[in-house]
Design a protein around this ligand. Structure first.
Ligand SMILES: [Zn+2]
Ligand SMILES: [Zn+2]
Length: 129
């Protein structure tokens, strides 16, 4: 048996596929249900993350986790922003804002450029040009 401490409540539990113990898992499913039902209602289209937290009692952190997992979609909710993983600016989709996405893409491009340059150098060395 693979015993480990539940990251939510600290209790020992048998590690299976789940990240948390059964009690916390069930609790989180209940919370998911509350958030899901809340965002499904059309009158809540203008709700914010804070509103949802107040109305459902589910911690903001947990709501963001559901969004990151793709279980709750807030595209089409103009006010339902949550912090970007890179810089904390408010975003509505995925984990990163446009700025951080562009930055990562640029970083990748630079890396690729360096790689190509190194390969060019290497091949010119071997061919003696
Ligand atoms: Zn637990
Ligand atoms: Zn960002």
């Amino acid at each position: 048996m693979d015993l480990t401490n539940c990251p939510q409540c600290g209790k020992l539990y048998v590690k299976k596929i789940r990240e948390t113990c059964d009690v916390c898992y069930k609790e989180e499913e209940k919370q998911y249900d509350l958030v899901y039902k809340f965002v499904r209602r059309s009158e809540n289209r203008l709700a914010t993350l804070l509103d949802t937290h107040h109305k459902t009692g589910v911690p903001e952190k947990t709501i963001i986790k559901f969004i990151h997992q793709g279980r709750i979609r807030v595209v089409g909710f103009p006010n339902f922003t949550y912090p970007c993983d890179g810089c904390d600016s408010p975003i509505l989709d995925g984990r990163l804002c446009e700025g951080c996405k562009t930055k990562i893409q640029n970083d990748l491009k630079i890396e690729e450029l360096i790689k190509t340059k190194q390969e060019e150098l290497r091949s010119s060395y071997y061919t003696g040009q």
